[in-house]
Each structure stands twice: as C-alpha cells, then as structure tokens.
Design a protein. Sequence first.
Length: 165
Amino acid sequence: MFAKIAVAAAMMVGALAAVPATAADTIYVVRHMQKEKGDDPALSAEGKANAELLADMLADKGVTAVFATPTRRARETAEALAKRLGLPVTSYDPTDVRGLVTTVEAARGAVLIVGHSNTVPDLVGAFGGTNPAAIDESVYGTLYVVRDGNSIVEQVPVAAAPQQR
C-alpha cells in the first residue's frame, strides 16, 4: 500500500515539475547602449562595457528570451546577455508593438527587449507598465523592469565607468 502511495506521489511531483512556468512574468526593456556615429553604428567601447554590465545584472534573473530590433547597436546590446545564456537574439519590428507583445506573451520566465529612445516608453506601456517620460537622444543606460500585474515600473541604472577615448 505504501509503495503504491509513494509511486503515485513521485508521479505527481514529476508531473508538477513538467508544468511550464507562467507566461513571461518580468519584462526588462532597455534602450540600446552607447553607439558610435554613422549609419547603423556599432556600440562604442562604453556601450560594449555597459552591455556586459547589463548581462551581469540579468544573468541570474531567469531570462528565457532576448529580443532586439535589427539595428546593429540594439543587436550588440542584446548579444552580451544572449551569448552568456546560450539564447538567440530574436529580431522584432519596432513598428509592430502588438506583434511583439503577442510573441512575448507566449514566452516563459523573464524577457529582455532592446529598443530605442523613441520606442522604449511605448514598449513599457504595452507590457502594462506606466509609460516613462520620453528618453532624450543623449540618455542611455536605464533598465525598465515591468512585472506582470504591476503598473509600477522599476528603473535601474546600467552604467560602467566611462571609457577613455
């Protein structure tokens, strides 16, 4: 009798472990890090250092998906974390916020989204957070944390020591 109960209990524990986590519970939204000049520029040395710092900050936060616009600066910002976690960087169309929301809603765990100064406030709002103020073109390095079911958005600075030029 006890053997049957033990087997049934073990099967229940195994079944519970197989149940996926709830849909994306934390959305991290950030503007790409500091960039060089030019058309579709790469990250500057300071931007690369800040992308690595962002990866350090999020490495143990349960990120299961990473999204970035197709621009080089956004991809490079996202790649620092994605490489560390062995995840792909999924490209998204910044003009199709609804499509991105639908895709992210299917994700499990936490998600990083890298956008731009003119898209980050709307992205934060699209995921249920209170839209932050407009981001000036010269401002980089604020990570917006949107938690499921909470409109209050945590803002976390991401800033390594400035690089010498």
